[in-house]
Every structure is written in structure tokens, then in C-alpha cells.
Design a protein around this ligand. Sequence first.
Ligand code: UD1
Length: 426
Amino acid sequence: MEKFVINGGKILSGKVKISGAKNSALKLIAASILADSKTTLKNVPKIEDVNIMIEVLRTLGARVNVDTENKSVEINPESIDSYEAPYELVRKMRASILVAGPLLSKFGKVKVAVPGGCNIGSRQIDLHLKGFEDMGVEYSIEHGYINCQVESNKTGVRLSGTMVNMDFPSRGATENIMMAACLARGQTVINNAAREPEIIDLACFLNSMGADIQGSGTDCIVINGVKSLKGTEYEVMPDSIEAGTFIVAAGLCGNKVEVENAKWKNLQVFYSKLKEIGVNISIIDENNIRVDEPQSTYNPTNISTLPYPGFPTDLQPIITVLLSTIPGVSIVTENVFENRFMYVDELNRMGANIKIDGHHAVIKGVEKLSGAPVRSFDLRAGAAIVLAGLVAEGSTEVSDIYHIKRGYEDFEEKLKSLGADIKKVS
Ligand code: UD1
């Protein structure tokens, strides 16, 4: 098992370049199933979750070539001859269920393992299934698998376009239904759709394959089904959660840190919260941001996570670390996931003073954190604990770092290049 050992207290400075977005790349890889020919994706991050999604596609029979050096992935879906996403892969990564929409759309059937819970909550998939059902899918759950099949109708295996009203703007359900609708007969309208920039990226990608999708980025997405889609070449958008992580790291212990490819417009609520706190951010241009030493002491604040364009739940653990070092009381409310404060006990082991009350974290800022052996609970909590280690006094050992590798490309190398004292040990 590998660990990070961090000696805190170093000042970060220099440039860091943000990689391709995990939460876009995974969907684009799944969506490439829909085409009748080869797709090439560029700027694909070298992270564990991408490897798992590639494994899922290979299990289905797709031919996938990875060019690690150039960060490009070539996917040929013509050889797909299996319609099953197995439990071994779905349990490693829930996003594997995003092959369901494309497989249903193209082949009219899919068997996918029920994902089960994860470290941040129970994470239902009822909205995905309800959307499929609205489009004419029959499903049954047996032996831990969901078997979906398009009801036999005059149009063969094609799904039927319809109106899908979502109870909650789930990102995954929006994406799965949007992909399912691409080859459906007629028009599908998704109301109360998720609005993340990654949804726009997926819609642009699908449109470049020949799909007809309008309204992505709003809460009403309209998809006119087409007969077939062709492979395309597309560059994955930058990862705004990775950008947010480095910006908070710079706010904690940085000076003159330039974050390239930050695309700050994708996270406006997050940036205005950082300004309220007093983080000294300057916008260089629409892609790049600089963080300098604070001009005065930071202010505590209150934050509530919400679906986009609200404050992103994925940056909740990250900002909590910053707030834990700011004198005064801050309250963080988690509204998206039911169990996303598991890491707080680890932070308290480092000297933070945070009490959890239901879905609120009451944070009393402390003067300093102190290094300790701590665990990484999930992807973002793991990154948050590393940030705590960067600013803590003494040495912090972070175990279970495989969570971090799921979603951050070269995390320790990037931090090291900014001057952090962090190393990986076995
Ligand atoms: C995606 C992101 C994840 C991010 C999350 C919220 C990927 C691979 N992951 O996850 O990093 O934290 O969006 O921004 O893109 N829900 C239901 N029923 C459903 C679907 C969801 O109740 O059918 C609930 C979930 O339990 C959760 C909430 O809706 O409480 C948000 O889930 P969703 O937006 O679907 O997140 P994911 O797409 O799984």
C-alpha cells in the first residue's frame, strides 16, 4: 500500500497546468459506444477511473488504443458484442453504469451490476431507471444485476423519445438519458436536467458525432433522435475540480501560483466564495488564474453545496480544510450527498475543530493544524487531507491514496513542482 508523506509548511509558487476533466472524459468514453466508427479523444487524463472505463469498453468488445504520452485514446466500437457491465468493474467505479444509456440506445439491451453504496452515501440510480422506463425500457433486478431491454415494438429495438421529468437534477441520470435519447425514435425532452459544464461537453461531443441536442447547460435539454452516429475527434475540457483544488492549496500556503486551464467561468460561485474569504485571486484571462499572498487575514464564511451552478459538492472537503484554519466560525452544509463528512474525523486528528450536526459542519478555525497519520476516505476527501498536510506543522502520512489516483493526474508531481515537500512511499 502506498502512502504520501508530507512535510508541511512549504510555500507553494510557480505554475501548474490543469488536466482533462475526469467527469467529462468518463462520459465521452462511454458515449463513443454510440458511433459506428472510430473516435479519438484528446487531453484524456491519466487517472485510474479512466483506466476502469476503458476496461469496461474492452469487456464489451470495443477496441481501445491508449497513447499515454499524447494523452489520447482511440475507441473503435464496431466490434462490441457484449452488453454487460460486470460487478468487478462497477464496484470499482460507479460511473461504469454510464454505458447503459449508449448500449440501450444502440442495441436495445444492457445488463449492468447494481452499483451499491460508496463512501459518500447510498447513491441511488432510480432516476436513471425511471428515465429509461419512460423511453420504453423494461427492466428487472436479479442477482445483483439490472437487466434492461427495450419493449418490443413496431420499431424493433429503438427507444422512444418522450418527456422525462427528473425529481432532482442528477448529473449521471441526465447524461445516461441524454445518451440513450440520441438514437431513439423522435424527440426526448429532459426537464430539470443537470446543468454542469461537463453536460455541455458531452452534448457538444455527441453533436460532433451527428446527434441533435439542444439546450445543454440549461434545465431543459431537447434531443431529436437520429438514425446513426459517426466517430469523431474531440478534446476533453479541463477539470474544474482539479483547478479548485490547486487554487485552495495556493490560498492555504501559496504565493504567485498560476493555475493554467482553470476556466474560472465554470465555477463562479466557488470563486466568489474564495474572494469573500479573502483569497487573493487575480484573473489573468478566461483560462488562467493567479493566487498571491493574502493582503489581510482570511474571513470565515458559510457554504451550502448545491447542484450546478451552486457550490460544487466535490469541492466541499477541499474548502473545509481552508475554513478549518480561519479564525471564527464557518458553517458548511452538504445538500447533495448524505455522507460526505467522513473525512472530518481525520481532519480533527490533525487539530481541526469541526463538529458535524446532521448535514452541517460547524467549523471553529484553529491557529494551526499539526501533522498526523491520516486516511484518505474518498477521492476528494483524500485530496483535502493532502492539502491539510501541506499547511500542517510537521509530518503527515496519508494512507489509502489509491482514492486520490482515481481522479487526480500526477497529483504529487504537480504539488512538488510548486515546491511542496511530498513523497510517495510504499
Ligand atoms: C457526479 C460526479 C461526482 C459529483 C456528483 C454531484 C461523475 C463521474 N461524478 O456523480 O463527482 O460529486 O456528480 O455533482 O461525474 N441520485 C438519486 N437517484 C439517482 C441519481 C442520483 O437519488 O438516480 C442522488 C444521489 O444519491 C446524490 C445526488 O442525487 O445524492 C447527486 O447525484 P448525481 O448528480 O447523479 O451524481 P453522479 O452523477 O453520481
